[in-house]
Design a protein around this ligand. Structure first.
Ligand SMILES: [Mn+2]
Length: 396
């Protein structure tokens, strides 16, 4: 039988965005969603009888998870441990300590020496025997700038280019490959960016670790289990290099994107399939309410046609100067089935734009411009980042 693995990443337990504080239990309601998706993965591990579970970083959203968040992860791990599968966890940027020797929120789990639980906090190969044969997992946690300095790749005050990161990561992979036993099935798992167009993407990765997909996707690896990019995607064919993606939607750019994990089978060939988690639905609604005699009523009518049950909703209304004011407090009570609703109002008035323009810095003006474009709005963060970089270059 092939060795079967479940690959997940970017759990972001404790991400509180788009949730509410539940005063009775003193937790954010998004934690329930994260728990649901994780327990769903435990069921998958049971049903599929996987030999190993690989968690490719970013377990927690914050560096200091609270007790309720730790309990959600503990419940996940104990559920997986009961299946008898080996569990491998590499550290992501959200938990790897920058200070050498400082414990991460995962260190105590390693200290407990739970059977078949493997915590990878530096580049290392872990060999295990599964019911379907020998498996070697080569892991690389989120690489740190300090490691480039210590390794002589850059001087202390230099910002690393993508090419330097690619060289550093490639050499670590060479070392890991030397430690893969011949005849074993093997998986590389890491938390980092990959890009086919390194130079172009340098600004997107902002000096963070990045490499070409083929720097990782090499023989003898049978499968490359990646974390960091929240959108599920395959970045290389042979061996397959996959971002499982986050288990839940983490912002509105993912509103229409399926969320889940990957089940891969390592036989003579590697095959894999994506399995969806019951991630909470995000619904993005935009409406122009200019000139409406009763904008609240108009918005309620339009929203009533949408499937909003249990959804996280972002409502963006555009109006002009002189329109009847739109008070979001009148909207939310009409949709008790909605999990969370954020309402924002954009004033499209030309007069206001011209009269108010002198108040803006160039970046603020760009932000205002992006806000008014349906096409550009989802890319706001990235566009602003790029504009900043360009502005810095011009200033020298
Ligand atoms: Mn990450």
């Amino acid at each position: 039988m092939p060795i079967k693995i479940l690959h997940t990443a970017d759990l972001h337990i404790g991400d509180r965005r788009y949730g509410r504080f539940d005063p009775e239990r003193s937790i954010n309601t998004r934690l329930d969603d994260q728990r649901e998706s994780l327990l769903y993965l435990v069921r998958i591990a049971v049903e599929e009888e996987v030999d190993a579970v690989i968690i490719a970083g970013d377990i927690y959203h914050g560096r200091s998870p609270n007790a309720a968040e730790e309990d959600v992860f503990a419940e996940f791990i104990s559920g997986l441990a009961e299946t008898g599968a080996h569990i491998f966890v590499v550290e992501g940027n959200h938990e790897r300590p920058v200070v050498p020797g400082k414990p991460s929120p995962l260190t105590h789990l390693a200290t407990l020496r739970i059977d078949r639980f493997h915590h990878i906090d530096g580049p290392a190969v872990v060999n295990v025997a599964t019911k379907n044969g020998e498996l070697a997992v080569a892991g690389m946690p989120w690489p740190l700038r300090r490691e480039l300095v210590d390794g002589g790749y850059i001087a202390k005050n230099v910002s690393p280019t993508p090419e330097i990161w690619d060289a550093f990561i490639g050499e670590r992979i060479d070392e890991l490959i030397e430690n893969i036993p011949t005849g074993a099935k093997s998986v590389f798992t890491g938390h980092l960016w990959t890009s086919n167009v390194m130079g172009i993407n340098a600004k997107q990765t902002r000096g963070e670790p990045v490499c070409l997909p083929q720097t990782l996707a090499r023989k003898p690896f049978d499968y490359i289990a990646l974390g960091h990019i929240h959108r599920h995607q395959q970045v290389w064919d042979d061996p397959p290099a996959i971002y499982s993606g986050s288990i839940e939607r983490t912002d509105f750019t993912e509103a229409n994107i399926a969320k889940g994990a990957v089940v891969a089978e390592l036989g003579d060939e590697t095959s894999w399939r994506f399995i969806q988690t019951p991630a909470r639905k995000f619904v993005d609604v935009e409406m122009n309410l200019s000139g409406m005699s009763d904008p609240i009523d108009a918005a309620v009518t339009k929203l009533a046609n949408k499937e909003l049950d249990g959804a996280i909703v972002r409502l963006t209304v555009t109006q002009m100067k002189g329109d009847r004011s739109f008070d979001a407090r009148h909207i939310r009570p009409k949709f008790p089935e909605v999990f969370y609703m954020r309402v924002s109002r954009i004033d499209m008035s030309e007069e206001r734009k011209i009269a108010g323009l002198h108040k803006y810095s160039p970046l603020e003006a760009l932000g205002e411009f992006i806000d008014q474009s349906e096409k550009l709005r989802p890319h706001k963060e990235e566009l602003i980042e790029r504009a900043k970089a360009i502005a810095e270059e011009i200033r020298g």
